[in-house]
Design a protein around this ligand. Structure first.
Ligand code: A2P
Length: 618
């Protein structure tokens, strides 16, 4: 028999009872087991009540009574439990009886059923619990999701607000832009309207003008026929030539490159003055070396010709002081063009006098026009630029107004030399391999660099000038040639007119200081002693030199007479107070005597020797 603790609570006891019923398939045996327990429990309670009652009797009356009352009340309270237990017991008994009646198997089934029901219930409970948990989780998830959604929605709202704001802004701007565009369209439309009006007006004006033009053309036709008649009339009378010359002069003064500088068309050609100033050259005489210069037989080059070549036409050698004095006289008399060349060996003296005039304020650099030339022995293209710099230094100038190739005949000295006579001493060879265009390219560079304000050539013939002109990038501005009444250079003058090249005439009065060259040339006439010139000098009350210079100026040609004599320097520029009439000009042009004063015998067999007529005369 199982032992039960009597002091355990009744609830525990019932629980035990329940457990026993559940835990035992055989209810009967369970009841059997429970019965004694119930009896013991009842007995125990009764016993304890009894004992306590007895104990109470032995205690102080009041206390005992009280305690026992309390205890009785407690016990009374427990009585329903007991009653309940009793009821259950009878219930169990009934069940036991039922079991007894129907057999243990039926009861077992019922118990099993109950157990399975209980299990099912438990399963359902578990499922419910699981579902509850799931529900809880889902709830949590949903809450979380809702929070997220709320957050997202909030953010989206912010975003939407931003988009809306941006849209509103955009709409505002686009509205504004549209308004502006509308305004612009309106403005353009108005301009267009205005333009249409203007075009209409213009068209009207154009029509009017074209009508006017038609009238003008008709008038012009009438006028030009009238003009043609006038020209015809002029041609038929003696004023014709004068008219043409005046036109040429005006053209030159207004448009030609040097026109504004050469108001007087006249300047001192100081060059040959100093040619003869080289004392060292004075003793030179024609000898085999010179006569057979470059292997050429310079037949006809006589002693006196060479003397002239060395000493120049100025007669006795001129010293530097004399040159300074002449230059000052020329500048004071109004000459502004100074023509020189490296060969004349006076660039340093010119530079000195010019600096004196510039520093004392008598003249400014831009008042004077300096021409100098590249000597024939310095035409190696690679050396030309350095040579120009050397000349600039001697002239004490930062630029040269006009730079010319002195002759087309390049030579190579066989030793150091400064001028032709020196070169003749050391000997020289024709440099036929030097191409003129290559030399010209260096001058073009000088022009582009601003060192040479204008570039040109000297002693070139028609063919050489045309050839250079065709090849040149910078066209030659000037051609300096021998030109006077006995050598009027008509072909070159015509070509230069076509090519817009200014001509400068050296020896304009015929180089009177130059002696006749040998017996063959003893009959050479001097322009200064020409009969027509003498007659005109008388007629105009001028000197023969002035008639010759004026004639050249009226041909539109620059004259550079040379003189070391102060009186003659002034005389030569005093030609602007009279004018040769056309008939007298025609008379001078009609003189048919021809002679060159300069023939350059020292380069006569050069590939580029320019004087064709002398070549063919050989
Ligand atoms: P001078 O220097 O004694 O005056 P061209 O310029 O035709 O080559 O001529 C120069 C020569 O002409 C020089 O000998 C010069 O001498 C002389 N000459 C210059 N002007 C006159 C003039 N007005 N009358 C006479 N001879 C002159």
């Amino acid at each position: 028999m199982a032992h039960y603790h009597t002091d355990s609570s009744d609830d525990e006891g019932y629980e035990l009872i329940d457990n026993c019923i559940r835990g035992h398939a055989n209810t009967q045996s369970a009841i059997t087991k429970i019965e004694p327990f119930a009896v013991v429990l009842r007995d125990d309670i009764q016993l304890r009540a009894q004992q306590e009652q007895e104990q109470c009797l032995n205690r102080e009356e009041s206390n005992i009574c009280q305690e026992s009352k309390t205890r009785i009340a407690e016990l009374k309270e427990q009585m329903p439990i007991w009653e309940n237990s009793k009821a259950r017991r009878s219930d169990y008994r009934e069940q036991a009886e039922f079991v007894n009646d129907d057999g243990p198997i039926v009861y077992l089934r019922a118990a099993e059923k109950e157990a399975s029901h209980h299990n099912e219930m438990a399963l359902k409970d578990a499922q419910i619990e699981h579902l509850n948990r799931m529900m809880k989780l889902m709830k949590e998830e949903r809450e979380e999701f809702e929070t997220m959604v709320r957050k997202e929605r909030k953010q989206r709202m912010v975003h939407v607000n931003q988009i809306n704001q941006a849209k509103a802004e955009e709409e505002k701007i686009s509205k504004k832009t549209m308004e502006q565009k509308d305004k612009e369209i309106e403005r353009l439309r108005r301009i267009l309207e205005l333009n249409e009006i203007i075009i209409d007006e213009d068209t009207q004006k154009i029509n009017e003008l074209s009508n006017e033009l038609k009238n003008v053309k008709i008038m012009a036709e009438i006028e030009s026929s009238h003009y043609r008649d006038q020209v015809q009339a002029l041609k038929s009378n003696s004023d014709c030539e004068r008219f043409v010359q005046k036109e040429i002069q005006m053209e030159l003064q207004q448009h030609r490159i040097f026109g504004f500088r050469l108001t007087n068309y006249i300047a001192p050609r100081i060059a040959e003055v100093v040619w003869g100033s080289q004392a060292s050259l004075k003793g030179l005489r024609v000898d085999d070396d010179i006569v057979k210069v470059n292997g050429v037989d310079v037949d006809g080059l006589q002693q006196h010709e060479f003397d002239w070549l060395i000493n120049g036409s100025a007669g006795p050698a001129t010293d530097p002081d004399q040159l300074r004095a002449t230059l000052r006289t020329a500048l004071d008399a109004g000459y502004r063009l100074i023509d020189t060349a490296y060969l004349y060996q006076n660039e340093d003296i010119i530079g000195e006098v010019l600096e004196e005039y510039f520093s004392t304020g008598k003249l400014k650099r831009e008042d004077v026009f300096v021409t100098t030339k590249l000597p024939l022995f310095a035409m190696e293209p690679e050396a030309v630029a350095a040579f120009i710099k050397k000349q600039l230094t001697a002239l004490r100038l930062s630029y040269i107004d006009l730079y010319l190739i002195h002759t087309p005949c390049a030579v190579r000295a066989r030793g150091p030399c400064k001028s032709i006579p020196e070169m003749s001493k050391v000997g020289y060879d024709n440099a036929d391999d030097i191409e003129l265009i290559d030399v010209w390219r260096v001058l073009e560079r000088g022009y582009k660099d601003g060192l040479l304000k204008a570039i040109g050539v000297s002693n070139f013939n028609v063919r050489q000038l045309q050839d250079l002109y065709d090849k040149a990038e910078i066209k030659p501005a000037n051609l300096q040639i021998e030109l006077h009444i006995y050598w009027p250079q008509n072909a070159l003058v015509q070509l230069c007119e076509q090519l817009n090249i200014v001509i400068t005439a050296y020896s304009p009065i015929g180089a009177p200081g130059k002696p006749n060259f040998g017996p063959a040339q003893s009959t050479v006439r001097a322009p200064l002693h020409d009969e027509v010139v003498a007659e005109l000098a008388k007629k105009y009350g001028k000197t023969p030199a002035q008639i010759l210079l004026r004639h050249i100026v009226q041909r539109g040609i620059v004259a550079i007479p040379k003189s070391t004599n102060e009186k003659r320097v002034r005389e030569n520029i005093d030609i602007f107070d009279f004018e040769l009439n056309a008939a007298d000009e025609t008379r001078l042009l009609a003189i048919d005597y021809r002679t060159r004063m300069f023939s350059f015998p020292f380069v006569r067999n050069h590939r580029h020797y320019p004087f064709d007529e002398l070549k063919s005369a050989e």
